[in-house]
Ligand binder design. Structure first.
Ligand code: PMP
Length: 360
């Protein structure tokens, strides 16, 4: 063990960092980004918002991001007020703040894997014990299973994900209710991909009223095509949000980020104009791969999980050799594929066609 490894926190020794490969290939369908660049007219609006901030950069930003929270509340609707919305650098930071405030050493967060790989890593980073209660073979979750798992583990936080990454599975709203009723702790519904759901009413936002321990997390990284700006947010009870101020870094969200996000929100319909196209490409992948006899989970996100591969790592590499990067999420026989533009999706399907002929 090196001297540095020796000095490291014991629970971090020998661990590996989050690392989706970032390879320079023509078709990148590996990180569930939005395939469409920001259109020129929207870029001009965002530039305007940002440029207004530049001369004032000698000052710290609005610590509480009030104007941005107003815009986010208006975007979310459901009667939410700015005091019920909070923003940070990506929903990863939002989730981290929730764990810092309500998890930590001696506390437990319950998740249902396979799910978002950062949840256990964020738990580890905050010293929170992560317990995995798994899910059904078709990746769904039932109210009964979730209720049982909560009773068995008595967690301080529960992480639900809808639509779930990497499976694309949307959650039956009855599961959120069951989790809330069974739990004494914070129930988080990670809705990073909500805008891609086939049934828009499946969001948990409408369930926040009267449920002060319920939190819905969202991001601008996916439907808003804004992953590079790093803006995530949550909707929850105002008192819960006040407690997050205990752990957030002062001035955590830069003036430039707040301005860029406000500019993007002012153009929400134009930015989300391609969501329907991405859903169409997602459904095209599902249909095409199923026609090849491969099992593909129903997806409400901008990606699909394909199974039935004899050697997923070999298929990943062979598809990469065709210039298409997808994601090996470490599930035996399965790969995750992000829906791209029509051309990218065609390239993906062509690559799969060639590779499947070679698969043993
Ligand atoms: N939650 C889920 C389920 C995700 O898949 C992701 C991104 N891959 C995130 C949260 C984090 O997104 P961001 O930090 O970009 O908002």
């Amino acid at each position: 063990m090196s001297e540095i490894e020796d000095l490291l926190r014991e629970d971090l020794r020998g661990q590996t960092a989050y690392g989706a490969p970032q390879l320079d290939v023509p078709v990148q369908l590996n990180t569930n980004e939005n395939a469409f660049a920001i259109p020129d007219d929207v870029a001009a609006v965002i530039e305007e918002y940002i440029s207004r901030e530049i001369r004032g950069l000698n000052r710290y930003p609005d610590r509480d991001a009030l104007a941005l929270r107003e815009d986010l509340a208006a975007y979310l609707g459901h009667g939410l007020t700015p005091s019920q919305v909070w923003a940070a650098n990506g929903s990863n930071e939002i989730l981290q703040q929730l764990l810092q405030a309500f998890g930590g050493p001696g506390r437990t967060v319950l998740g249902f894997m396979p799910s978002y790989s950062m949840h256990p890593l964020l738990a580890r980073g905050t010293g929170t014990n992560f317990v995995d209660a798994l899910r059904d073979a078709d990746y769904t979750l039932s109210p009964g299973h979730v209720g049982w798992a909560i009773e068995a583990h008595d967690p301080d936080l529960v992480f639900l994900v809808s639509p779930n990454n990497p499976t694309g599975t949307a959650l039956d709203p009855a599961v959120v209710d069951a989790a809330y009723e069974a739990s004494r702790g914070i129930v988080v519904v990670d809705e990073a991909y909500a805008e891609f759901a086939r049934d828009a009413s499946s969001t948990a936002l409408g369930r926040l009223e009267g449920r002060p321990r319920l939190v819905v997390t969202r991001t601008m990284s996916k439907a808003f095509a804004f992953a590079g700006a790093r803006v995530g947010y949550l909707a929850a009870d105002a008192e819960l949000i006040e407690k997050l101020l205990l752990v957030r870094l002062p001035y955590h969200l830069s003036s430039l980020t707040q301005a860029a996000a406000r500019g993007a929100l002012a153009c929400a319909p134009q930015l989300q104009a391609e969501v329907d196209e991405l859903k169409h490409q997602r459904d095209r992948i599902v249909k095409n791969l199923r026609a090849k006899g491969l099992p593909v989970a129903d997806s409400d996100a901008n990606f699909v999980l394909v199974g039935g591969l004899v050697d997923a790592a070999a298929v990943w590499k062979a598809v990469l050799d065709q210039g298409v990067l997808v994601r090996d999420v470490g599930l035996p026989g399965r790969l995750r594929i992000t829906a791209g533009t029509e051309e990218e999706t065609t390239a993906l399907l062509d690559a799969f066609e060639i590779v499947m002929k070679q698969e043993p």
